[in-house]
Design a protein around this ligand. Structure first.
Ligand SMILES: Nc1ncnc2c1ncn2[C@@H]1O[C@H](COP(=O)(O)OP(=O)(O)OP(=O)(O)O)[C@@H](O)[C@H]1O
Ligand SMILES: [Mg+2]
Length: 261
């Protein structure tokens, strides 16, 4: 059974893209067949996996708006996952989709013919709650919310949770909210811990283990286009491997491991 996980938060810079790339690489290392989907017109995921969005003829945009078969747009990556890339053209898809009936279902329908080829599909949502994120949440069977552990991190979480509930009511009753994933986490500060405790109290949201520590290795990796888990033993890579193991157990029916600061 293919698992489709959306990584979503309308707040920018909370490590959605880093989480998709690193978790994808960790799942490949665990022997799974992985597809990652770039739903952001900025194309950061595409770029960080070694492809230049400016040089692509076919991307998720054509798949969503012109019914191009998804198989024609898939790219290989050095990490061993398949990539459905994005280019800046995707910015225009938003407006085109808005005029169509069933616009939230475009991605779900597009992925159906290839989903058998993958064990896990990870969706990198853009930093907005527009039609692209709605497509991501409608195509997914679960959603993970990366959260930067800083003051005011909770702003916007309520709105995101309302959107998830609306998607559950309207387009995707099967969508499960797995929980919040603390990112850019600094265990040395009480501040990071307080933010995590506050989020879990305020919203009753499970906090998924482990928190992802802040480490300079991620910035280095995305700048060089090098493999995201390069330098396999650094603490960020280890955290994403542990997250992959937690999610695989959860999908096997075990209880989700949560984090209590
Ligand atoms: N654990 C980490 N430690 C240090 N830097 C990190 C970590 N995770 C992500 N970053 C850096 O933080 C920045 C934002 O990360 P990323 O692009 O993954 O966030 P995003 O939520 O996808 O952003 P956007 O909302 O713009 O799509 C990037 O420069 C990335 O390299
Ligand atoms: Mg991103």
């Amino acid at each position: 059974m293919t698992r489709v996980l959306a990584v979503a938060n309308q707040k920018g810079g909370v490590a959605k893209t880093t989480t998709v790339a690193s978790l994808g690489a960790a799942l490949v290392a665990a022997g799974r067949r992985v597809l990652v989907v770039d739903l952001d017109p900025q194309g950061s995921l595409t770029f960080s996996l070694g492809h230049n969005p400016d040089r692509l003829e076919v991307s998720v945009n054509e798949v969503l708006v012109s019914n191009t078969p998804v198989a024609e747009a898939l790219l290989d990556t050095e990490e061993g996952m398949s990539l459905l890339p994005a280019t800046i053209d995707l910015a225009g898809a938003e407006a085109l989709l808005l005029m169509r009936p069933g616009r939230e279902f475009a991605l779900r329908r597009a992925l159906e013919p290839v989903s058998d080829r993958f064990d896990v599909v990870l969706l990198d949502c853009p930093p907005s709650l527009g039609v692209l994120t709605l497509n991501g949440l409608t195509a997914a069977d679960s959603v993970l919310v990366p959260l930067q552990c800083e003051t005011l991190a909770h702003r916007g979480v309520g709105q995101l949770l309302r959107t998830v509930r609306e998607v559950q009511q309207v387009t995707n009753p099967e969508l499960a909210l797995i929980g919040a994933l603390p990112t850019l986490y600094d265990a040395r500060t009480t501040h990071s811990r307080d933010v995590v405790a506050d989020i879990s109290d305020r919203y009753g949201l499970p906090v998924v283990a482990p928190p992802i520590p802040r480490t300079v290795r991620f910035a280095e990796a995305s700048a060089s286009g090098a493999t995201v888990l390069a330098g396999r033993r650094h603490k960020g890579a280890l955290a994403y491997r542990d997250l992959a193991a937690n999610l695989l157990d959860y999908w096997d029916g075990k209880e989700l491991r949560t984090f209590r600061p």
